[in-house]
Design a protein around this ligand. Structure first.
Ligand code: PRP
Length: 207
C-alpha cells in the first residue's frame, strides 16, 4: 500500500513538490494535476491536496499517514499526531499588528482582536493577563482594523508587504513558523520503517 501524504495546497505545495523531486520522486502528476486532488508521486507515495486544517484532520483520523502543514495551523489546532520534521520552508512569523502609529497598549478599554487563529490570539493575551475580545475572520484579516472592526490583528507575516501596502505595522512578533512533517500515531507504529527511511531521505535534502 502506498504511503499517503496530505499536502497543504498553495504555498507549501510548491516547496514540498520541489523537495520530493530533489529526493528523486517523479512529481509530474502533481505538477500537471488539473483539478485532481489525489495524485501519485513515484511508485510508493500518494499525495492528497487539502486545506491546512484538513491536513491535520486527515492525519489525525488515519486516512493519511503523513501530512505537510504549517506550524501556525498545528499550534492553532493542537491535535493528536506526531510532529516529525521541521522542513525549513514556509517560514513566516505570528505577529500582533495594527494601524501604523497606533499605541495598542495605551488606555484601559478592552481591545478587539481580529484573527484566523483565535486560540493563538487567546493564549498570547492570556500570558499577558490581558482581557481581549476576539473576532474570527476567515481571510485578509488586515481588513478588520482598516474597517474599524478591531484594534489589531494576530496573523502570519511573511514578507510584511500586505501590512505595509495597507498602512499597518507589526506591534509585536509572537513566534516563528515553518512547515512541518506530521504523522498519524498508528501509521507511525505500523509503517515505522517506511516512514523512518522517508524521514532520513528528507533530512538529507533539506537545509
Ligand atoms: C497570509 C497572511 C497575510 C499574508 C502575509 O495570507 O494572512 O495576509 O499572507 O504575507 P506577507 O507578509 O508576505 O504580505 P494568505 O495569502 O494566506 O491569504 P488569506 O489572508 O486570504 O488567508
Amino acid at each position: 500500500m502506498k504511503l499517503r501524504i496530505a499536502l497543504t495546497k498553495g504555498r507549501l505545495e510548491k516547496d514540498t513538490v520541489g523537495l520530493l523531486e530533489k529526493m528523486g520522486y517523479d512529481c509530474s502528476a502533481v505538477r500537471d494535476k488539473g483539478r485532481r486532488l489525489i495524485l501519485p508521486v513515484g511508485d510508493s507515495i500518494e499525495v492528497v491536496l487539502a486545506k491546512a486544517a484538513d491536513v491535520i484532520t486527515y492525519v489525525e483520523n488515519g486516512v493519511c499517514d503523513l501530512g505537510v502543514v504549517g506550524k501556525d495551523t498545528i499550534i492553532e489546532m493542537n491535535g493528536k499526531f506526531f510532529e516529525l520534521v521541521d522542513l525549513g520552508f514556509g517560514k513566516c512569523r505570528f505577529a500582533l499588528a495594527g494601524k501604523k502609529g497606533d499605541d495598542f497598549y495605551d488606555g484601559t478599554h478592552v481591545r478587539t482582536i481580529a484573527t484566523k487563529y483565535p486560540n493563538v490570539a487567546r493564549t498570547f493575551f492570556e500570558k499577558k493577563n490581558m482581557d481581549v475580545d476576539i473576532v474570527k475572520i476567515e481571510g485578509s484579516v488586515e481588513l478588520a482594523p482598516l474597517l474599524g472592526l478591531s484594534h489589531a490583528i494576530v496573523d502570519i507575516v511573511e514578507t510584511g508587504t500586505t501590512l505595509k501596502e495597507n498602512g499597518l505595522e507589526v506591534f509585536e512578533y509572537i513566534c516563528p513558523i515553518s512547515a512541518r512533517l506530521i504523522a498519524n500515531m498508528v501509521s507511525m507504529k505500523l509503517r515505522q520503517e517506511e516512514i523512518e527511511s522517508l524521514i532520513a531521505e528528507i533530512e538529507k535534502n533539506i537545509g
